[in-house]
Design a protein around this ligand. Sequence first.
Ligand SMILES: Nc1nc2c(ncn2[C@@H]2O[C@H](COP(=O)(O)OP(=O)(O)OP(=O)(O)O)[C@@H](O)[C@H]2O)c(=O)[nH]1
Ligand SMILES: [Mg+2]
Length: 342
Amino acid sequence: MFVDRARVIACAGDGGNGCASFRREKFLPFGGPNGGNGGLGGSVVFRAVTGEQCLQTLKYKQHWEAARGEHGTGKDCHGRRGDDCIVLVPIGTLVHDDDTGELLADLAEENQECVVARGGVGGKGNLHFATPTNRAPRQATPGEPGERRTLQVDLKVVADIGLVGYPNAGKSTLISAISDAHPKTAPYPFTTLHPNVGVVRVDAERRFTVADIPGLIDGAHLDVGLGHGFLRHIERCRALCYVLDLGGVDGRDPLDDLAALRRELEFYLEGLSRRPAIIVANKTDLESATANLQRLQAQESLRIVPTCAELMENREEVVEAMRELLASLPTTPAPKPPTAAG
Ligand SMILES: Nc1nc2c(ncn2[C@@H]2O[C@H](COP(=O)(O)OP(=O)(O)OP(=O)(O)O)[C@@H](O)[C@H]2O)c(=O)[nH]1
Ligand SMILES: [Mg+2]
């Protein structure tokens, strides 16, 4: 099951209490204060790793608790700090405070970490309060409580290129042909029910990632088909690749499909359809493909790469077109959209 949303509770550890004690030894009267400080409570930390694909772990474990700091003890012993609780999440995870709506973490890179609930500071032992005028303080303070937060965790897949197309256009077949991802493909709509990210190897050094999301249809913004829910997974792609079925297998016109796709992208997020893109004109082996390709070429200014994903025809051209598209973009990731409808 692919989980891209979860609500969890993060409880950081309390700080340990400070200790009030005095040095007591034979032949050593008035040994002085020796109570140590309490240890720092452990924090709850979210860490992005490539090994995690979705938020499934968070769906089944909703409470994440870090250890409390140990109390200080006599003989100047400070309490041990509590261990942090590390939560491994996929790259592209966003963490919001559920009560205030504040964005706490946007983990877009491998091994990026963010403290979402901070451990309490340990209390002070009586040693801390000793002064020249108060050489035997009996005062010690308790540790602070750790933060406790309800978190809204969302995953927005991060990939260089997002494949956008109608169901059955051949997006999954294309990603299987060009990358190491092999999602299920079948001759019926809505075969893909969750996003898949594949790594495309251009050569020994260069590679980029491509995301295949479930198909969109006209009216997706009105929740037709699978709706707009998965579009947030291409929101963060640097570029788009429209995959069109040139054969019109389901009785549709690929030019109408392209217009509808752009409309849906725009309904979801203003400006999304203007993101740098190429068109992969798929299913060139079918009868009506040549005529449709000519019409498309006459009308479109975007780069069009004809292919037959099933037979892996023009595979290199598709990869090269994607690589050139990415190379033409600034190296920094696309600016984060301010808000997203739906
Ligand atoms: N003739 C022909 N069929 C193709 C080609 N590429 C894909 N197909 C077929 O089209 C059907 C749909 O392919 P998928 O890759 O599952 O399509 P999709 O866009 O991922 O569809 P959803 O997951 O439903 O959104 C499958 O039966 C494929 O075998 C092609 O180049 N030519
Ligand atoms: Mg698919």
